[in-house]
Design a protein around this ligand. Structure first.
Ligand code: GDP
Ligand code: MG
Length: 177
């Protein structure tokens, strides 16, 4: 079993994947602490943060894992993925190369995780409309083709960050209950 049930409580491991500098660490700090870091270096040492969400009156603990920047070296280890029941696959709407990498991250997920995991494609930095390189439609249609939820977010101005995580958490919850 991937998800752990503790009495009436649930613990879901969710991983963040995507190219370097797409905003993974800032999505997590926005979600968990409502903070944004304009000059974020790789968050060394912090493996995951736990956030409690209430769904249908049940306490759900989302344990969200962030890379420590290993993605730069294509060296995200299998330990990172182990037991994950949800994933946010993040790209940067202002850098097309990060969108082109999404397929590779999906392959990586399907190698390491159960296909029934809750997955959301996240186009981050939607505040950068003036230098957008990937349209909303492109994001949507890739998500549809791959069977993923889709949302554009901004960790900078907090657009859809809470919602994106909560949709994934709810999907996992629905899958097991
Ligand atoms: P990671 O390598 O994927 O963890 O990316 P980071 O969270 O470290 O962010 C990389 C850079 O993008 C940092 O300079 C952030 O300040 C910036 N950044 C992250 N999210 C956003 C966003 O939503 N909008 C804008 N404009 N910049 C962002
Ligand atoms: Mg990071």
């Amino acid at each position: 079993g991937h998800e752990e049930e503790v009495g009436e409580e649930y613990l879901f491991k969710i991983v963040l994947v995507g190219d370097s500098a797409v905003g993974k660490s800032n999505l997590l700090s926005r979600f968990a602490r409502n903070e944004f870091d304009t000059n974020s270096k790789a968050t060394i040492g912090v493996e995951f943060q736990t956030q409690v969400v209430e769904i249908d009156g049940k306490e759900v603990k989302a344990q969200i894992w962030d890379t420590a920047g290993q993605e730069r070296f294509r060296a995200v280890t299998s330990a990172y993925y182990r037991g994950a029941v949800g994933a946010l696959i993040v790209y940067d709407i202002s850098r097309r190369t990060t969108f082109d990498s999404v397929k590779r991250w999906l392959d990586e997920l399907s190698t390491h995780c159960d296909t029934t995991m809750g997955r959301m494609l996240v186009g981050n930095k939607c505040d950068l409309e003036n230098i957008r390189e990937v349209s909303v439609e492109e994001g949507k249609s890739l998500a549809e083709a791959e069977g993923l939820f889709f949302m554009e977010t901004s960790a900078l101005d907090a657009t859809n960050v809470q919602t994106a995580f909560e949709i994934v958490i709810r999907e996992i919850y629905n899958n097991i209950s």
